[in-house]
Design a protein around this ligand. Structure first.
Ligand code: CTP
Ligand code: CA
Length: 226
């Protein structure tokens, strides 16, 4: 019922969101991944749909229910997430990158399971860097480029790193995550970092934060009349 009465701030808008971790295969049974529950991205997808947006959610491997009315595309690896997002981006007004994308993947995927062969040398493998999905979307030609929001989960010096990401990825807004793991708080706190400064959103559960963030995004979207 609360969801039904959310103001329709994004009516007529389209929003694309990435969520969850990515999984980079080493062999058919092993891989590299990041810690990410996917809950923040799913909450943003839900809040945006409640606000009247048409929402596409590109999700890494997580077991979360798809929010009502949201189109979901499941992927595993960073490259698959990149391949799904880039063609979709020009069809969307807003792109919110919450995914915890693995920065590197094994250079070669072994087609057979690597065996221990007891006591012999441990395997080693080279890594290559994954494409930066957010930076690529933010560099699309202006006519194709959605309004981009990045996330920054940092273990230290959050504001400094969030500001660097704002500039390096050329996005108008970065959301810093002062997570409970790093700051000992029960609720999550989000800090909005833009070219002018920073401001904390009132702390709350992820859906409350997602709704507040959607309201912020709606207020910052360039108007169609400009
Ligand atoms: N991101 C992305 N594609 C990547 C890496 C990151 O789209 N290959 C996005 C994330 O979804 C997030 C933002 O970029 O919105 C910042 O991600 P983060 O991992 O904090 O930044 P990195 O540039 O990867 O820097 P580092 O991990 O070294 O802090
Ligand atoms: Ca990273």
């Amino acid at each position: 019922l609360i969801a039904f009465f959310q103001p329709k701030r994004l009516a007529g808008k389209t929003l694309l969101v990435t969520a969850g971790p990515t999984f980079e295969a080493i062999d058919p049974v092993r891989g590299i991944t990041n810690h990410s529950s996917g809950k923040m991205g799913f909450a943003i997808a839900r809040a945006a749909a409640e606000a009247g947006a048409q929402v596409t959610l590109v999700a890494g491997p997580v077991h979360l229910p798809t929010p009502a009315g949201v189109r979901r595309i499941n992927v595993q690896s960073a490259q698959q997430m990149f391949d799904a997002v880039l063609p979709l981006a020009p069809q969307h007004d807003v792109f919110v990158a919450t995914a915890a994308v693995a920065d590197w993947r094994p250079a070669h995927i072994t087609t057979h399971k690597i065996k221990k062969e007891g006591g012999k040398a441990v395997p080693s493998f080279d890594l290559v860097e994954n494409p930066d999905i957010l930076a690529a979307v933010a560099r699309l030609p202006e006519a194709d480029r959605p309004w981009c929001v990045g996330f920054a989960a940092e273990s230290h010096e959050l504001l400094k790193h969030a500001r660097q990401k704002l500039e390096r990825k050329r996005v108008p807004l970065v959301v810093g995550n002062l997570g409970p793991a790093t700051f000992g708080r029960d609720d999550n706190t989000l800090v909005l970092v833009d070219a002018h400064g920073h401001r904390e959103l009132p702390s709350g559960d992820k859906l409350t934060l997602a709704r507040a963030l959607v309201a912020e995004v709606a207020a910052r979207l360039p108007s169609q009349l400009d």
